[in-house]
Design a protein around this ligand. Structure first.
Ligand SMILES: Cc1cc2nc3c(=O)[nH]c(=O)nc-3n(C[C@H](O)[C@H](O)[C@H](O)COP(=O)(O)OP(=O)(O)OC[C@H]3O[C@@H](n4cnc5c(N)ncnc54)[C@H](O)[C@@H]3O)c2cc1C
Length: 415
């Protein structure tokens, strides 16, 4: 472990590792030394078992995120195990409204791609271990226990194998996730609203091909999504995200596989076929979290540590990734102009850009969630007329599709 870096990234999860990959191509030319500090160890060679960031979930990457991974130079590896979303079918249980978004009609090869988090982790972490990544030190297992603000730099206190090390850095990026203990320690306040729901995720095998269709279904007890996944050899597979009110979660998690499938059919119907097998189930409590202070001199809060949103619209990670690339852009520009990476004006310029994106994306997910969870009959008629109109009105559909694909605002550049 060196005693000084230009950038210290706390957390080697999906966001921290993506930031390191974004900066990597410019590291040599700009003599940029980066440390990524991760609490969990890297897995043994060939194993897919990574730290919790890369758990058994699957993530829907918007089409715009593909472009960002292309710019980082990891898309070619990533694409070998992603499933394209060619169609999205949106419906409201017990009502008439349906909208179908179609990649061909929108003039794109796919509306998005589903990637299993374990695969994403493997691709990102392998990229950071290639010979041209010598300026990026991936330090693990090691935990950052404190951050001190000095006059000209930041000091990061790292605990590894019972010893505490001090690392100085121009910039510290907190990508330590939604349960960030450092956020509290640094006195960074945040707004917090619970949805009083859990997301149950599981892999489901239908008795027929998913044909690259993703389903988004709103019900009176919460929305659910079914994402197309790669077959596992003998079975077709889809990734289920099912929101369940908190007071029903224990009962749903305790159901036998057979009863779980029966209950799922009752809510979801049979449009994706008969479900014949369900994998291990995991439950995540759902909340909307937004850090009120995301930049300080020498410090940036990124990813889930900055914002966590309802997963149903599949926007959380896509938003975070746009933030990653926007930050990398600003840092590389500052470096070229010989401005300190921790300079507050550099970080504020990044945050201003992010703030607009966060407001729009969080507003979209949160309002959609609330609108479709509302049992008021007048609202139900309104939203179903809306869905139906969108289905028959191409410009409205395109507007909605571009927003879902992350193409409704200018993308960060990564020059
Ligand atoms: C059920 C569910 C489904 C989702 N589906 C989608 C989707 O389809 N599309 C989408 O865009 N988003 C989705 N999301 C959101 C997405 O999962 C998050 O945006 C993403 O996980 C955020 O990653 P992160 O790296 O910020 O945080 P994390 O994944 O939590 O990573 C933080 C990392 O920091 C490390 N760490 C923590 N503290 C320290 C410390 N002190 N020192 C060192 N290391 C530390 C941890 O070990 C961890 O590896 C979903 C979320 C949920 C809950």
């Amino acid at each position: 472990m060196k005693q000084k870096y230009d950038i210290v990234i706390i957390g080697g999860g999906m966001v921290g590792a993506s930031l390191a990959c974004s900066l990597l191509p410019a590291c040599e030319e700009q003599e940029l030394n980066i440390a990524v500090i991760e609490a969990f160890a890297l897995p043994d060679n060939g194993s897919l078992e990574y730290q919790p960031s890369y758990d058994s979930r699957a993530t829907a990457l918007a089409y715009g995120s593909r472009t960002l991974y292309e710019k980082m130079g990891v898309w070619n590896a990533l694409k070998t195990h992603v499933t394209p979303i060619k169609q999205i079918h949106v419906s409201d249980r017990g009502h008439f409204g349906v909208t179908r978004l179609n990649a061909e009609q929108e003039g794109v090869p796919a509306l998005g791609y589903v990637v299993e988090n374990q695969w994403l982790g493997r691709v990102l972490l392998e990229r950071l271990q290639q010979p041209d990544a010598a300026r990026v030190d991936f330090i693990c297992p090691a935990s950052v226990v404190d951050i001190e603000t000095g006059q000209h730099s930041m000091d990061v206190l790292v605990e590894q194998q019972g010893t505490t090390h001090r690392i100085a850095s121009e910039l510290v990026v907190m990508a330590d996730g939604g349960r960030s203990a450092l956020r509290e320690k640094m006195g960074i306040s945040y707004a917090y609203t619970t949805y009083e729901q859990h997301a149950v995720i599981a892999n489901i095998s239908p008795d027929r091909e998913h044909q690259s269709v993703a389903y988004e279904r709103f019900t009176d007890t919460g929305p659910m999504a079914l994402l197309p996944l790669e077959n596992d050899g003998s079975h077709h597979r889809c990734g289920l995200v099912w929101t369940i009110p908190d007071d029903q979660i224990d009962e749903i998690m305790a159901l036998s596989d057979q009863d779980f499938i029966a209950r799922l059919h009752e809510r979801f119907g049979y449009r994706a076929g008969n479900f014949i097998k369900v994998g291990e189930r995991h439950a995540y409590p759902l909340k909307l979290v937004l850090a009120e202070e995301q930049v300080r001199r020498g410090l940036v809060v990124l990813g889930n540590a900055a914002h966590a949103l309802h997963p149903i619209a599949g926007q959380g990670y896509n938003l975070a990734l746009r933030g990653v690339v926007a930050l990398a852009d600003k840092l590389l520009e500052a470096r070229k102009q010989k401005v300190s990476l921790g300079d507050l004006s550099v970080l504020q310029a990044f945050y201003e850009q992010q703030r607009l994106d966060q407001q729009r994306t969080i507003g979209f997910s949160d309002q959609t969630m609330k609108l479709f969870s509302n049992a008021n009959p007048l609202l139900a008629i309104g939203r179903n007329v809306g869905l139906q109109l969108m289905d028959i009105c191409p410009p409205a559909r395109t507007l909605f599709a571009r927003s879902a694909m992350g193409l409704d605002m200018p993308a960060p550049e990564l020059k």
